[in-house]
Design a protein around this ligand. Structure first.
Ligand SMILES: [Zn+2]
Length: 247
């Protein structure tokens, strides 16, 4: 039997598994996304139950046998408890965690992604009224960390990009636009450029109008969907909440 593995990570998902157990999806800096079988944690009396709740950032001790991880113990480092009192902020947090895990995959170093996620969850818990701005900032920054930051000038000729090509991930001029190009307003383009040049703190404190953030997000979602082939389920839930709020 190998030595237990000590690792820190954010619980992205805790799926029901058997009567008393859960199968965790955990985002870690060192191993990317891992699945962890957590026995007995559905019982509230279980000492590990709280530290394996979704969005908890915890210290894990794991056993590894034939590439399968199982939970020995877990201790909370940060629970982002405030998110649990605000259903909308919680929904955005879950979406951020899911999106980060989609962008990382297994056995990839995920230092930047974990840092982005932890800082975004912190900002979300302090400023739940900035959900939409944080979402737009998160989506653009995660593209950059995943290696597909959108280009804002037409790569074919260097002219100003007036459209955004979802397939190529770059702005294109009117001459080089294709069927997969969408109109790119100067305001949306300016947000793309700002986030690309901003560090993490500047990105997450960006003073951005919520309606412009939504416009950027709608393009970012389409772009992410093209790049990843799918979008997290958490996004559907956010859209449902937004519809309810607007009715
Ligand atoms: Zn061009």
């Amino acid at each position: 039997m190998s030595e237990p593995l000590k690792i820190q990570g954010v619980v992205v998902n805790a799926a029901q598994w058997g009567d008393n157990d859960k199968m965790l999806t955990v985002l870690t800096r060192e191993l990317g996304v891992i699945s962890v079988a957590a026995k007995g944690v559905k019982s509230l009396k279980n000492p590990n139950a709280q530290a394996v709740a979704p969005l908890c950032y915890s210290d894990f001790v794991l056993k590894c046998k034939s590439d399968v991880y199982s939970l020995v113990s877990a201790d909370i480092i940060e629970s982002f408890y405030a998110l649990r009192n605000d259903i909308t902020a919680l929904a955005y947090g879950v979406y951020f965690a899911q999106l980060a895990s989609f962008c990382v995959g297994r056995n990839n170093l995920a230092d930047d992604e974990v840092r982005l996620l932890l800082n975004s969850l912190y900002m979300l818990s302090k400023h739940p009224d900035r959900c939409d701005v944080l979402k737009c900032a998160f989506e653009l920054k995660i593209c950059e960390y995943a290696g597909f930051a959108p280009y804002v000038e037409c790569c074919s000729c260097g002219e100003e990009g007036l459209y955004f090509d979802l397939m190529q991930g770059e702005a294109v001029c009117s001459l080089h636009k294709t069927q997969s190009s969408k109109k790119l307003s100067p305001q949306v383009k300016a947000v793309f450029e700002y986030v690309q040049n901003a560090d993490l703190k500047e990105t997450l404190t960006f003073a951005l109008d919520a309606s412009l953030a939504k416009e950027v997000s709608s393009l970012a979602e389409e772009f992410l969907s093209h790049q990843l082939g799918r979008l997290p389920k958490g996004l559907d839930y956010i859209k449902k909440l937004n519809i309810q709020e607007n009715n």
